[in-house]
Ligand binder design. Structure first.
Ligand code: SAH
Length: 456
């Protein structure tokens, strides 16, 4: 399976910045279904093409998912056709680009740039007509070459497979999101189970274009594998979003938290970590997002609250995952104020909206437990930015955003704390805004990324 993205916008090598992939390097990423190779067949200022080659291991797929033996589980077209595996690979390998982030040249993320996307083999159940129905309303020029079943046996006729080339001028984020959803819609065959999370993914990646697509209903139905209940759920959430005007506040809150979780997930993707501990995982909202990161090999959620962990266990629906996936996830009860060897040895730790739940004297204990003893290579901490509280009409002056918060910090206070612990425990640290930035009050939430320097 090969997917190429080409641009001729000068200097075309900017594509490397947008994709966060250096044109001079060949990179390989392991995914649970196989491996992905990223390379540039051409990279000049006039024309630059990034290729994503997906090498699926069909036998491994069977081991992961199947209960009974059937020949077609071993001998099938999955390794050769772009489908939901390619979607997952795109969202993992190009996660920054998909989420509209570009560290070095941020202005590029919103620029509409001419791209040519080529998919070597795509199964299109519905033929060229379907391809056009899906892509043309979004402004794509569609070129489809139907492939013969076998060129040696012409009498066998044509296959359902196409070499597809698409041209459009859009920000790269939009192109990637549209491909993410529409490739499996063409194929109409999903390899993994479906649940409400797929509805969330569809809504997230479809935002801004699917709501107004003339084939919204058909796309939704096929993406959700014709499961009526999920299709109904997806279409009704879309309608709700459009109609909601009277109750903006909770929606805003939900969006902010989702933004935090998505940002942390994307960072983990960029850091290429394999093992993660979610410290203060609560009801497991973040852990659920990690189910979509095939490169992770071990995920531990810990929290002091037994009832929150019970809910996390229920919502994670681990029993519905293939056995190999299930083993990756573990939950444990513990406290961040006690040293615990089970928290050691992880590539990354996350503390999402947790520190402000501890009394300040206890925070110092957490610092030692997390930075000194658990000591993950990377640590991501998020907390609210109190300066932004004036923007919330319902908050009284001095009132915290949550009844259980013991403190809320300004940006300067958070960074002073971050710099102090980074120095004390020998980490590097950088900061990031979470949410839309107000010119005086900053963003509603903030993030610190701590990393142990390689020289340590
Ligand atoms: N990270 C989750 C939950 C945030 S709420 C999310 O973003 O959705 C804060 C969580 O921290 C709660 O679940 C609470 O039980 C947990 N917590 C508070 N003090 C803790 C401690 N000392 N040790 C472990 N968890 C703690």
């Amino acid at each position: 399976m090969l997917l190429t993205i080409k641009t001729t916008r000068y200097p075309a090598t900017d594509l490397g910045y947008l994709l966060h992939k250096h044109p001079a390097k060949v990179q390989q990423v392991s995914l649970s279904a196989g491996s992905a190779h990223i390379f540039y067949p051409e990279a000049t200022e006039q024309s630059c093409t990034a290729a994503l080659l997906l090498d699926i291991d069909p036998v491994h797929l069977v081991r992961k998912g199947a209960n009974e033996f059937a020949l077609d589980q071993y001998v099938n077209d999955r390794p050769y056709v772009a489908s939901s595996f390619m979607s997952n690979a795109i969202s993992y390998v190009y996660s920054s680009a998909m989420n509209g982030r570009c560290k070095d040249k941020p202005e590029l993320t919103t620029e509409a740039i001419p791209y040519e996307v080529s998919i070597s083999v795509l199964r299109v159940k519905g033929g060229e007509k379907l391809l056009r129905q899906l892509f043309e309303p979004l402004g794509y020029e569609v070129m489809a070459e139907q492939l013969m079943l076998d060129p040696l046996y012409e009498q066998w006729g044509m296959s359902q497979y196409f070499k597809v080339t698409l041209r459009n001028t859009l920000p790269l984020t939009a192109i990637l999101r549209q491909l993410y959803i529409l490739m499996p819609v063409c194929d109409n065959d999903k390899h993994y189970y479906m649940d409400s999370q797929e509805v969330e993914k569809l809504n997230e990646k479809g935002k801004g274009w699917l709501e107004t697509h003339p084939e919204q209903e058909m796309i939704t139905r096929r993406y959700l594998k014709n499961i009526a209940a999920l299709t109904k759920e997806a279409l009704s959430t879309n309608l709700k979003e459009e109609g909601a005007t009277d109750d903006e506040k909770p929606k805003e809150k939900i969006r902010l938290h989702d933004l935090r979780l998505n940002t942390v997930r994307d960072l983990l993707g960029e850091l290429k970590v394999a093992t993660v501990v979610d410290l203060g995982c609560g009801e497991g909202k973040f852990l659920r997002l990690l189910k979509d990161m095939p490169a992770l090999t071990k995920v531990l959620g810990m929290d002091v609250s037994y009832s929150a962990l019970e809910i996390a266990k229920h919502k994670l629906k681990l029993n519905k995952l293939p056995e190999a996936e299930r083993e990756k996830f573990q939950l444990m009860q513990g406290s961040l104020t006690y040293r615990d060897t089970r928290l050691s040895g992880f590539d990354a730790g996350v503390l999402i909206e947790v520190i402000e739940h501890l009394d300040l004297p206890r925070l110092e204990i957490l610092e030692r437990v997390v930075f000194e003893f658990a000591r993950p290579k990377h640590l991501i901490v998020t907390t609210v930015n109190v300066e932004y509280n004036v923007m919330y009409e319902k908050l009284q002056p001095g009132e915290f955003r949550h009844g259980d918060h013991r403190f809320e910090w300004t940006r300067a206070e958070f960074q002073a704390w971050g710099n102090k612990v980074a120095e004390q425990f020998r980490y590097n640290v950088s900061y990031q805004d979470l949410g839309e930035v107000h010119e005086t009050y900053g963003a509603p939430s903030q993030l610190a990324l701590f990393t142990i320097p390689d020289t340590d």
